[in-house]
Design a binder for this molecule. Structure first.
Ligand SMILES: [Fe+2]
Ligand SMILES: [Fe+2]
Length: 240
């Protein structure tokens, strides 16, 4: 089946609208509804794909993440449909067995370090990103980056990746201590919310004698620097 990416089509239709700026607003709205229809088909496919690969519990989590990341995208000026697609696909490899995750990772040439050998479940993001391209034709590199790094984070991760990372931690089914603070912080800054979420998750793992993934540590460092203000200093979690 030929699949057309709405993400590629949208700018084309947008430029048609610009070139024919004199057309009535009725026609203009038509131009803008066409990409949404194409997006909808891919989103529907992604939803069915997730449904077919996940248990009820994780599928419901997936839908909640998709809703949450879509809302965050609207709030922070990102493409909501792209965000929703990332949300729908982010955990689609989460229920593969350890051997299967390692097998696909090797087959696709994904980096597999000591951490991943010990806990292959950490590969579910990178594997889902590969499968989204292979099975659904998702070529969008930024979208696949968001899926790939949604568990550990990655220094330099883009806004869509930050939004997905945060949405995964604050979707309405999450009830860990401090999640309300995190939800409020996410309304203000994705980077600060990601910093707080990652710090919580590293501390949580350390309390259970699980060392943090080196990538998560590097990401925390990156999130703490390069911003106009240190997230932890400017917006202490107890005050948000
Ligand atoms: Fe996940
Ligand atoms: Fe998830």
């Amino acid at each position: 089946m030929v699949r057309i990416s709405a993400l590629l089509i949208t700018p084309v239709f947008s430029s048609v609208f610009v070139d024919f700026g004199c057309i009535s607003s009725r026609f203009a709205s038509l131009y803008f509804t066409i990409p949404a229809m194409i997006d909808y088909a891919l989103l529907e496919d992604a939803e069915s794909y997730a449904r077919g690969r996940l248990s009820d519990k994780r599928y419901v989590h997936t839908l909640r993440v998709a809703e949450t990341v879509e809302r965050l995208a609207k709030l922070h000026g990102l493409d909501p449909e792209r965000a929703r697609l990332a949300g729908l696909l982010h955990d689609t490899a989460r229920e593969l067995g350890k051997e299967e995750l390692l097998r696909v990772a090797e087959e696709e040439g994904l980096p597999v370090g000591d951490f991943e050998h010990e806990r292959p479940i950490l590969l579910h993001g990178p594997v889902a990103a590969e499968l989204s391209k292979k099975d659904l034709g998702v070529e969008d590199a930024e979208l696949r980056e968001a899926i790939r790094v949604h568990t550990t984070g990655e220094p330099g991760m883009g806004p869509l990746a930050l939004a997905l990372f945060v949405a995964d931690k604050i979707e309405p089914g999450r009830d860990q201590p401090g999640v309300e603070d995190l939800r409020e912080l996410a309304l203000e800054s994705l980077k600060r919310a990601a910093w707080a979420a990652l710090k919580d998750s590293i501390s949580h793992n350390e309390r259970r004698d699980r060392p943090a993934h080196p990538e998560s540590r590097k990401t925390l460092e990156w999130l703490s620097s390069g911003d106009e203000q240190h997230p932890g200093e400017t917006t202490p979690r107890s005050e948000v």
